[in-house]
Unconditional design. Structure first.
Length: 626
């Protein structure tokens, strides 16, 4: 574990031999699969060999490794296999074969790989998440983020550098493979950049080494472990290193060798030409299986707060109070709770948490992409993690980051405010009317849109206790507490949130209105207005907008008209999902959908809803026409 000043002569000889053999593995697996990135894998290989050989990769407080330029997977696989962590023959034979764990870009589940990558520019943010977990637990873990030089063009890396410096993440080391080439040519011609100056200007330490000199790489990695600042090691390397006709040729960044080139390369390296043998092995299936590390959480969700209308509590504030209460019950008692904000603490109501627990609150500034990835990575470590933001920033702007979070089996609690048309007068740029459709495209995200502060409190506590990603959405304005016929809060004392449950309000034969969130109170007003005109309808609250409650739907299947009512994009909200269910169930009546048909305008929420024909009066008339 970098416990000596430098490597011995024998170690250097062994590493040099391993490097030559692993390069043969790289060109064999990429030629066999007919795809892959041999050139960059060969330039990064020597760093991988030293890191995997000498980092602390086992036990509590083990080091964390993120390979941000995930296309160099052949180098990762060859290094791990030749160091004895995976079967060599399977790594080579089953590279990029469907169903194999040896995918084209590195994935979580491969030994010592803590993050699936492929989207360049996100690895350092993920590394920051792991570094935070280590700091909170004081476990001595060091985080290594391996990156490419062309990748440094991505803006999210700048966000992560600033964050790491701000929060003193000296337990993170970046190694940049500087071979000077990317797919389209030299990095200088594709997009000029000042990599060293950028890291220095953001307060990082920088060490330059020959990336093919194992001793230099070792000493730099050792020095970085004791640095007072986060450290970037610039590893000067050669694309296609070790095979002269491949060296410094961008062609081999993402192109495998043909048969003639392959034979020439293995001859130069002096390694086995085993491609015919591996073709036969490839006809079978791998026995090696990847393994996920799924840390358990033990959450004390507390006792829900109950609110009345006179409390004048909005959903955002109910979330903030629940967050602070859960922190009181868990922090310092074996379960850490962290919250991330992007310069909106007063609006998303994380301020009370921040004041009480400054060591667990992370103000990422106006850096939403970075915050989304850091919080996602942190959530995989057994720390309860909340990321609170406006809807348009928290998911619209960061969809790709949440997609990678989802791929990495994160456990993120994404709290979105200012959703739908309920954002105040900010206008269309801030109206998040597509969050259901976006989250619905992610396989492990569940979406809850509570209707009032009582249901919000309970939904937040529920999400905190469950595994997987949850999106809890809230508008800007204060929505009324939903009351029963006796004036008692429906979702107050005695109510237990059940994921997927749909609640039916009233009785009616003329039709049903299915809705959620702040529109429920309006739907109940529509119901009352129709009752006065002699038309009886039921109202259904569907807070879990991607889940069907079959029992509840069965009760309303006999009504002649079912209407969906939402301030979400009418094409991607609950309407298509419910229509599919009704079609499969053989519903014989008529279905109509009311929602946002285009980008809204700027104005008070009530004015915006009226222009969209979604106000109570317009909807009452529309239902009568049906």
């Amino acid at each position: 574990m970098f416990d000596k000043e430098q490597l011995t002569e024998k170690e250097l000889v062994d590493l040099k031999e391993l490097s030559k053999t692993a390069k043969g593995d790289i060109i064999t697996m990429t030629t066999l699969s007919g795809s892959g990135h041999p050139g960059g894998s060969m330039s990064s290989l020597d760093v991988y060999l030293v890191l995997f050989a000498y980092a602390n990769l086992s036990g509590e407080g083990r080091d964390r490794i993120v390979v941000s330029h995930g296309h160099t997977s052949p180098g990762v696989y060859a290094s791990l296999a030749r160091l004895g962590h995976m079967p060599v023959d399977e790594v080579i034979a089953f590279f990029r074969k469907a169903g194999s764990p040896f995918e084209g870009h590195v994935v979580k589940g491969i030994p010592f790989i803590d993050w699936s990558t492929g989207n360049l520019g996100q690895g350092l943010s993920a590394g920051c998440g792991f570094a935070i977990a280590s700091k909170i637990r004081k476990d001595g873990s060091h985080v290594y983020v391996l990156m490419g030089d062309g990748e440094q063009q991505k803006g999210q890396i700048s966000e992560a550098r600033r964050f790491a410096k701000k929060y003193g993440l000296s337990n993170i080391t970046v190694v940049v493979d500087c071979n000077g080439l990317q797919i389209s040519g030299s990095i200088a011609s594709v997009m000029p950049q000042n990599i060293i100056e950028n890291y220095l200007s953001d307060g990082w330490d920088v060490i330059e080494v020959n990336g093919h000199d194992h001793n230099e790489v070792y000493r730099a990695l050792k020095e970085a472990r004791s640095a007072k600042n986060p450290t970037c090691i610039i590893a000067r390397t050669i694309m296609g290193n070790g095979v002269p006709f491949m060296e410094n040729k961008e062609k081999y960044h993402g192109s495998p060798l043909n048969e003639k080139e392959y034979k020439e390369a293995v001859a130069v390296l002096g390694v086995e030409d085993g491609i015919d043998r591996y073709r036969e092995v490839r006809k079978g299936a791998p026995t090696f299986k990847g393994a996920y590390e799924e840390p358990a959480m033990t959450i004390d969700a507390g006792v829900p707060f109950s609110y009345a209308n006179e409390d004048k509590i909005d959903n955002r504030t109910a979330f903030g109070k629940a967050l602070k209460d859960m922190a009181d019950r868990n922090i310092g008692k074996g379960q850490a709770v962290c919250a991330f904000d992007c310069d909106l603490a007063s609006s998303v109501k994380t301020g009370d948490f921040a004041k009480a627990y400054p060591g667990y609150f992370f103000q990422a500034g106006i850096q939403e992409h970075n915050a989304a990835t850091i919080s996602g990575a942190l959530s995989t470590t057994g720390i309860l993690t909340f990321f609170a933001d406006f809807g348009v920033f928290g998911i619209d702007e960061t969809y790709n980051q949440h997609r990678l979070n989802d791929i990495n089996r994160s456990n993120l609690k994404l709290m979105l405010t200012h959703v739908g048309l309920d954002v105040g007068p900010d206008g269309k740029t801030h109206q998040c009317v597509d969050y259901i459709g976006l989250a619905g495209s992610l396989y492990r995200f569940k979406v809850i849109v509570p209707c009032d502060p009582n249901q919000t409190d309970r939904a937040v506590r529920y999400a905190a206790q469950q595994e997987g990603n949850f999106l809890v959405a809230m508008g800007r304005n204060r929505w009324p507490v939903i009351l029963d016929g006796g004036g008692k809060p429906v979702y107050g004392d005695g109510y237990v949130f059940e994921y997927g449950r749909m609640d039916i309000f009233g009785e009616g034969q003329a039709g049903a209105i299915i809705t959620y969130g702040g529109m429920l109170a309006k739907a109940l007003q529509i119901q009352e207005g129709l009752r006065k005109k002699g038309v009886s309808v039921v109202v259904v609250n569907m807070p879990c907008v991607r889940e069907i409650d079959a029992a509840a739907m069965e009760k309303i299947m006999k009504v002649p008209v079912i209407v969906t009512y939402e301030d979400h994009n009418v094409h991607t909200g609950i309407a298509p999902f419910l229509a599919q269910h009704l079609l499969k169930s053989g519903y014989k009546g008529r279905m109509e959908s009311f929602g946002a048909k285009t980008y809204g305008t700027s104005g008070d929420t009530e004015e915006v809803l009226k222009l969209e024909g979604l106000d109570v009066e317009s909807m009452t008339e529309a239902f009568l026409k049906l």
